[in-house]
Design a protein around this ligand. Structure first.
Ligand code: VAH
Length: 315
């Protein structure tokens, strides 16, 4: 029976991942951890306060709960990392090496996500290959490339069962993202419902890879349960569902809210980050090695997002 510790359990991915893991493996077999509890959070389900930069605390919680898997999600995202690069290095790299060391000492299976942020301006932008040039120009990207290599090292050097994906921008209705470059793709739905208008900080024709959260969560489960003998790669599988620019989200939303209008107020920092990332990455290695296949295109995601945030799509 799997027993899983999730770091960053109250974040955009973590909050939905913990719920899905509990549905699959049982409520008491998933230990959510984050740097603090959320106000009013119930004590019913296993949760521990863990700062991932505190190696001893992380080790003692993993040992006490006798977990067999760590899913390490705690991190500072791209835009926030540019504002606080030293904090980003300490959290993103210090937290990762602590989590890897706990996994090594307790012989745990290990998952952590990389990102399309691991690519840079010199990376081929269209159908970005699984194995290609990675010279990111952001602290987040430096963290992600170093993280991919560190996880490969723990697999090759210590035999640790490390696995990971390069996530695109993730779109979810449960927990708003914080401090990312792709957050516009979540905000636009809420603003469309509330105000029938949104002002995008990313330019009209700036394409990035995106994915609806249910596909992102299915990918983790599928990869972690995949037959390891089929895995030629380990810690940085390209996965994407949608390649879209702000104008594409507007078009999809206007099918339900015809008078929705999109304007632009570009944020130079996040625009520069977005322009350094690919337009669309090639997911074929993930499909070939562990059967990755996204279910949501932009239209199916748009309907689901609007429904989940309370817009009457069939009115
Ligand atoms: C960010 N949502 O914007 C994250 C993600 C691919 C983007 O890594 O930083």
């Amino acid at each position: 029976m799997k027993k899983i510790l999730v770091t960053g359990a109250l974040g955009q991915i973590g909050s939905e991942l913990v719920e899905k893991l509990r549905d699959i493996y049982g409520d008491t077999n998933v230990i959510g951890t984050d740097i603090r509890k959320r106000a009013g959070q119930s004590d019913e389900l296993p949760f521990e306060t863990v700062d991932v930069t505190d190696a001893d605390r992380l080790y003692s919680v993993a040992k006490e709960h006798q977990v067999d898997t760590i899913m390490h999600l705690a991190a500072l995202l791209s835009a926030n990392a540019e504002k606080k690069p030293k904090l980003a290095w300490d959290l993103n790299m210090g937290g990762l090496v602590n989590a890897l060391e706990v996994a090594r000492e307790l012989d745990l299976q290990f998952f952590t996500p990389s990102s399309i942020g691991a690519f840079g301006p010199s990376t081929p932008k269209d159908n970005t290959p699984q194995d290609t040039l990675q010279r990111p120009t952001t602290m987040y990207g430096v963290n992600k490339v170093a993280g991919e290599l560190l996880c490969d090292y723990y697999y090759n050097h210590f035999g640790l069962d490390t696995r990971g994906v390069r996530y695109p921008g993730l779109i979810s209705h449960a927990t708003p993202p914080g401090g990312g470059t792709t957050d516009y793709a979540v905000e636009i739905y809420y603003e469309a419902m509330k105000h029938k208008a949104y002002s995008s900080y990313i330019a009209e024709n700036t394409y990035m890879d995106m994915m609806y959260m249910p596909d992102a969560l299915d990918a983790i489960i599928q990869l972690m349960e995949a037959d390891p003998t089929n895995l030629k790669h380990r810690n940085a599988f390209n996965i994407s569902a949608i390649s879209a620019a702000p104008k594409d989200f507007a078009k999809a939303i206007q099918k339900y809210i015809p008078d929705f209008t999109l304007s632009y107020d570009i944020d130079p920092i996040r625009q520069e980050i977005a322009e350094s990332w690919p337009n669309h990455i090639d997911s074929s290695a993930a499909t070939k090695e562990w059967g990755f296949k996204a279910k949501y295109d932009i239209d199916k995601m748009t309907r689901a997002m609007l429904e989940h945030i309370g817009y009457k799509v069939d009115s």
